[in-house]
Design a binder for this molecule. Structure first.
Ligand SMILES: Nc1ncnc2c1ncn2[C@@H]1O[C@H](COP(=O)(O)OP(=O)(O)OP(=O)(O)O)[C@@H](O)[C@H]1O
Ligand SMILES: [Mg+2]
Length: 257
């Protein structure tokens, strides 16, 4: 369960969040929408403890995120996977290294453990075949080719999948996606949406998806929150969003449909 309560955040004189409150129940998928610059990424960074609120709090599983000791923040972050805006892979690292970097930096140095986890998450996002659906030899061949590729050798859609795979390391309870389909063509976007829906379903994770894409909202969201001017302007189901008479919502729908 994630509870966001009366969150305020300013950068200098600029007020970005001005009393944002809403909850996300376990296992649900929530889409967070709103104009560019309205504070969606800033809000997500508060949830994962990368930014500290001026006022208000975020609670994850009953614990206030900002007030934690460093050690506890790491504990809570381990329950969270984060797909950053723009995929944000390390260009000089190959796929395997990109995926296990955080595990490695947290002390897991056993190559077998790291490889096993990388194989598991790459299968989960469909970049490797399901180990039960092919021979060990086939699987290993594909792994050898994929794991050594650099981000520049991958298509945009594949890079996003690697970004999602990285977020799945350690089997988190929560996955946050910051604009996972921005910049992708419609077919590839659909595939990423299908992957997000499939993971939510199969792994029963709680997901927050930041998006400008109303097709994605319609396909993925059980709940929608729209930020505007530092506050929650709309909160409800996607069907309710479509029927909203609120002028700010209508303007957003017109602009992004
Ligand atoms: N670390 C920071 N220091 C100063 N200002 C910041 C910082 N992070 C974000 N901002 C400002 O806060 C505002 C909200 O930024 P944010 O990245 O959350 O927007 P967004 O809703 O995610 O937009 P987009 O849809 O374009 O990604 C912007 O005006 C941004 O410039
Ligand atoms: Mg953003």
């Amino acid at each position: 369960m994630i509870e966001i309560s009366n969150l305020h955040k300013s950068f200098g004189a600029k007020k970005v969040l001005n009393g944002v409150s809403f909850n996300i129940s376990p296992g649900r998928t929530l889409c967070l929408i709103g104009k560019s610059g309205c504070g969606k990424s800033v809000l997500l960074k508060h949830i994962v403890g990368l930014l500290e609120a001026d006022q208000g709090f975020v609670k994850v599983d009953g614990k206030v995120v900002g007030a934690m000791k460093k050690k506890d923040i790491f504990g809570i972050r381990r329950k969270m996977g984060f797909v950053f805006q723009g995929a944000a892979l390390f260009d000089s690292y190959n796929v395997f290294e990109n995926i296990v970097i955080s595990l490695y930096e947290h002390g897991e140095k056993d190559r077998n453990v790291l490889e096993k986890e990388a194989k598991r998450v790459l299968s989960a996002v469909g970049l490797l075949p399901d180990i039960d659906d092919c021979s060990q030899e086939e699987f290993n061949d594909e792994w050898e080719i994929l794991s050594k590729k650099k981000p520049s050798d991958l298509s945009g859609g594949m890079r996003k999948r690697v970004g999602v795979a990285r977020a799945l390391v350690g089997s988190p309870d929560y996955i946050f996606y910051d604009e996972p389909t921005t910049g992708l063509d419609p077919v590839t976007s659909d595939r990423i949406d299908a992957l997000i829906a499939n993971l939510a379903d199969k792994l029963n994770v709680t997901s927050i998806v930041i998006t400008h894409d109303l097709f994605s909202v319609a396909k993925l969201a059980e709940n929608v929150v729209m930020l505007d001017n530092g506050k929650v302007r709309f909160e409800g189901r996607p069907e309710e969003l479509k029927e909203s008479k609120d002028e700010v919502v209508l303007e957003f729908l017109k602009r992004y449909s």
